[in-house]
Design a protein around this ligand. Structure first.
Ligand code: SF4
Ligand code: SF4
Length: 237
C-alpha cells in the first residue's frame, strides 16, 4: 500500500473504511489545512496474488463449470416444458435451469426492434441503387470493411453511383454507423438476418448485387421512398 500526496499537511486520519472498499471511498490519510479539499489518500495496489492469471483462471473455470452443470443436469420449468410438448416429470419442477437452447434457424427468438441485422442496399423507384458513392459510410466505418469505387453518372440529379460496393461482413462490427452516416437512405441494417456462415474468408464479402438482393431474402420492400438527400415523408420508415 502506498500513499498519494497532493499538498496535504497535518494528519486527520479516517480509519473506518477498508482500503479498496469502493463503496466506502478511498481511505483519507490526511487533509490539507490550507485547502481542505486537498487530501492525501491511500492508494490500493493489487497484490501479487491479484495480478497472477491463476486466480482469474480459477474463477473463470468455476463459472464455466457452473453453466455446464446447469445445462447438463438442469431441467426447464414445467410450463416451458409443456409449451414445447415435452413430458413433464418430477425433475421438471426443479426450477434451476433458465438457460435455453434456441434451435436456430428453425426456432427464432424475438429480436428487439432496433436489432442491427445484415446490411441491405436500397433502390430507387426505377430499381437503380440509391447509393450516390458519397463515401460517407467507408469514411465513418471503424472496421474499414466497406469498399466503394465510384463511377460517374448523370441521372436522377446525382453525379455518382457505386461501380463497386462491397462489405466484408467478417470484419464488420455491426455498429450501424454506416446507416447513420448515409445521407440518402441507401443502406439499412433492418433485414433481421444474420451474416451467413461461410467456409472461405472471401465468401464473407458481400457485393453490390448481393446487398441489393438482401431485401428479397428478408421479405422487405427494396425501395426507399425517402427523397434523395435525406428529407421526405417516409424517411426511414
Ligand atoms: S455496421 Fe459499422 S463496422 Fe459494419 S459496415 Fe457499417 S460502419 Fe462498418
Ligand atoms: S453513405 Fe450512403 S450514399 Fe454514401 S457511399 Fe455509403 S451507402 Fe452510398
Amino acid at each position: 500500500m502506498g500513499a498519494s500526496t497532493d499538498g496535504g499537511h497535518g494528519h486527520g486520519g479516517h480509519g473506518d473504511a477498508e482500503p479498496g472498499d469502493a463503496a466506502a471511498g478511498p481511505t483519507v490519510i490526511s487533509v490539507s489545512k490550507v485547502s481542505p479539499r486537498v487530501r492525501t489518500i491511500a492508494v490500493v495496489r493489487p497484490t501479487e496474488h491479484d495480478v497472477t492469471y491463476l486466480e482469474a483462471t480459477r474463477k473463470g473455470l468455476g463459472v464455466t463449470l457452473r453453466h455446464f452443470m446447469k445445462n447438463f443436469f438442469g431441467r426447464r420449468r414445467p410450463a416451458e416444458a409443456l409449451a414445447r410438448g415435452e413430458v413433464v416429470t418430477a425433475k421438471s419442477f426443479i426450477p434451476w435451469n433458465e438457460i435455453e437452447t434456441i434451435q436456430y434457424p428453425e426456432e427464432r427468438t424475438h429480436y428487439p426492434e432496433r436489432f442491427r441485422g445484415l446490411h441491405r442496399l436500397m433502390q430507387r423507384d426505377d430499381g437503380t441503387v440509391r447509393c450516390v458513392a458519397c463515401m460517407c459510410c467507408p469514411t465513418v466505418c471503424p472496421a474499414n470493411c466497406i469498399t466503394i469505387i465510384p463511377a460517374e453518372i448523370d441521372e436522377h440529379g446525382v453525379e455518382k453511383a457505386p461501380a463497386l460496393f462491397e462489405i466484408d461482413e467478417l470484419r464488420c462490427v455491426v455498429c450501424g454507423l454506416c446507416v447513420e452516416a448515409c445521407p440518402c437512405d441507401a443502406i439499412r441494417m433492418d433485414s433481421g438476418m444474420h451474416a451467413k456462415p461461410v467456409e472461405e474468408r472471401g465468401h464473407a464479402i458481400m457485393t453490390r448485387e448481393m446487398l441489393l438482393g438482401v431485401s428479397g431474402e428478408a421479405g422487405k420492400d427494396p425501395k426507399s421512398t425517402a427523397t434523395q438527400g435525406g428529407e421526405g415523408p417516409a424517411w426511414r420508415e
